[in-house]
Design a protein around this ligand. Sequence first.
Ligand SMILES: CCCCCCCCCCCCCC(=O)SCCNC(=O)CCNC(=O)[C@H](O)C(C)(C)COP(=O)(O)OP(=O)(O)OC[C@H]1O[C@@H](n2cnc3c(N)ncnc32)[C@H](O)[C@@H]1OP(=O)(O)O
Ligand SMILES: Cc1cc2nc3c(=O)[nH]c(=O)nc-3n(C[C@H](O)[C@H](O)[C@H](O)COP(=O)(O)OP(=O)(O)OC[C@H]3O[C@@H](n4cnc5c(N)ncnc54)[C@H](O)[C@@H]3O)c2cc1C
Length: 671
Amino acid sequence: MAARKEGECCEDLRRERAKCSFNKEELTYLMDGGKDKTLHRRKIEDIFLADPEFLDPIRPEYMSHEERYNNELRKACHMIRKFNENEDMQQLVGEMEGIRSLMGSGLGVALTKDGNPLALHFVMFLPAILGQGTVEQQGYWMSRAWTGEIIGTYAQTELGHGTFLRGLETTATYDSNTQEFIIHSPTITATKWWPGGLGKTVNYAVVMAQLYTQGKCHGVHPFIVQIRDEETHQSMPGVTVGEIGPRLGMNTNDNGFLRFNQYRIPHTNMLMKHSQVLKDGTYVKPANDKLSYGTMVFVRVAICFDAYRQLQRAVTIATRYSAVRHQSELVPGEPEPQILEYQTQQYKLLPQIATVYGIMFAANDVWNTYNEVTGNISEGNLAYLPELHALSCGLKALSSTDATNGVDVCRLACGGHGYLATSNLPRIYTTTTAAITYEGENTVMWLQVARYLIKSYHDAQKGHRLQQSVSYLTTQSASAHATADLSNTALVAAYKQAVSVMVSNAAAHLQDHISKGAVFEKAWNSCSVYLVKCAQAHARYYTCEKFVDGVNRAELSEGTRTVLLRLCRLYLIYHITINQGDFLRSGALTGGDISSLEKEMADILAALRPDAVSLVDSFDIHDRVLDSSLGSWDGNVYQRLYNEALKSPMNQTDVPQGYYKYLRPLMKANL
Ligand SMILES: CCCCCCCCCCCCCC(=O)SCCNC(=O)CCNC(=O)[C@H](O)C(C)(C)COP(=O)(O)OP(=O)(O)OC[C@H]1O[C@@H](n2cnc3c(N)ncnc32)[C@H](O)[C@@H]1OP(=O)(O)O
Ligand SMILES: Cc1cc2nc3c(=O)[nH]c(=O)nc-3n(C[C@H](O)[C@H](O)[C@H](O)COP(=O)(O)OP(=O)(O)OC[C@H]3O[C@@H](n4cnc5c(N)ncnc54)[C@H](O)[C@@H]3O)c2cc1C
């Protein structure tokens, strides 16, 4: 793949690449999950990117709102047709990685740039049917949905409620006479609001609604609801549906609104894997009433992968640019250095590269846990569901926050050019930051993690055995760190001690409020800023531990292991230094330890500096996926910036219409 691997590049990047101290392919294989998967991914990319149908006639930024939507829809539908073309292609892209890449921040962002109108179909509609439907329901709906015969979304959020699911107002009332559910939006705030693809694309939706049967409400349940006619695509009688208007980003996802007026659907359309309504209206409870939230758990895990892939793109752009950009004087009179020579620039970028690996190792671990726990659930064992919920909330929040902040650091690291649309950093940012809000707003996610930590802490106090990810809460000790051991193992232990002390402090604060007469919920609210900090520290500890384990387990040659260990070490130290108060206050580390770590961090930045460009090269991101005038493989930054500017429709004429209409009358007013 010439554009990515062998093409010509500028002298700066050639020199950078010549310095590489490790085997880039090994890291690429590690990230993809093995050599076979790398080859498989490259093959998919080659096929899709060679197809001229996926090219844009002009930059989407120059199109109208509707033109942009139509353009992305054209490509999204072509993608599905291509996918259905033959069995080889289905095998090629049919696996989880393939779908993730096509719909998310892998190949997908090269094909559909500002949100794929079909994304929710693959990311939530199909998983909801698989996770919430009976075997018969899966058989019927999946066969229609997989080929795109019907297209769906996941309609949960309402104008009035997104976070607080128990507050949803849409009702599904069972009528045993006709064996139908009546779906209804009783108030304006019950209007479904936000679902991706809902505006104009989908004809079906999994609608989350309060189930009423035999006069009783049984809480939120999933229903498959037809929104539009399968022939004409007109909205069904009793359904009002539309698009919600321009957004910060992801503007071609046609996020929509939806209202129901006593709209009837067949009894068979309630997804009944976990709970059922019998034909006579009898309600059969699920083993756990949070099982209907299962689709969100799946997507939260998927978001972690998406988050680090967005950060990978941003840091690839910023690092290559930093090797090409020369600015200021490091030593008076000497030539302007590459901006990557500045330690402050290294401090911006190298921790982002480390973060990519940190999130990747943690996300792989949570994905394995997800598969294990869902396997257990299907055999009736729900014991690990709370741990999975806490891990998926914590990692979703940590990965989306870190990736968003990291992308913005990368944008700022590119100076003024990073602010240009053609750098692609603004779009990467607006896409990445959406994940902080969707699929559970991050503060709310942190508080779910905190709830699990406090419960686990109390369980530990009662002598109960804790689940693995929080087992360190049983071994809490506030004694000062005594030895000078600052090995990775010792730093992970320091993280555990710091979080452990924080959680115990939080429990004490809560108790204090309760002792003074506050009810638990009010006490919780009074401590919630600190509780969020506990949850963040826990998720960081977890990521650090998975990073260390991941590097130790990876089969790598000496040079590659050395560079990955440096990144791991940088990750551990970086987060300790920026949260040093937690380590000092808990006695997990001393001031002297922090000073040693700060010095070591400076050395690590210098040691990693020569490998910086090769490290981002090993992410193996095709130029079309980067889509950036600053980050291309060849480093031909200035020519690309200039060429892109020339393509502006405003540059197709010398004097704009606006001059004659507005400017000239003003400028000549006094003549
Ligand atoms: C392929 C990838 C590519 C990506 C591309 C992107 C494309 C775009 C994609 C865009 C896609 C965007 C698409 C979208 O945005 S779809 C919409 C997403 N919406 C949300 O995520 C809503 C967030 N809110 C909630 O999840 C709930 O309301 C929360 C959790 C906040 C509270 O809930 P609730 O008020 O009901 O509960 P409670 O607080 O009384 O707590 C009660 C107990 O329940 C336990 N509990 C709670 N939840 C779970 C759970 N899940 N499994 C197991 N247990 C759970 C909890 O631990 C507690 O346990 P205990 O402590 O009592 O023992
Ligand atoms: C790009 C995008 C795509 C989306 N796609 C979909 C989709 O496909 N389907 C779908 O159903 N939904 C979708 N959503 C909706 C999304 O899931 C919700 O916006 C999200 O869950 C947050 O809910 P909210 O908007 O009600 O925020 P709110 O809950 O109103 O949050 C507002 C503020 O209140 C705070 N807050 C709320 N509750 C608490 C609490 N208990 N404790 C402390 N602070 C609290 C939050 O932290 C936040 O700061 C999408 C949203 C976006 C932005």
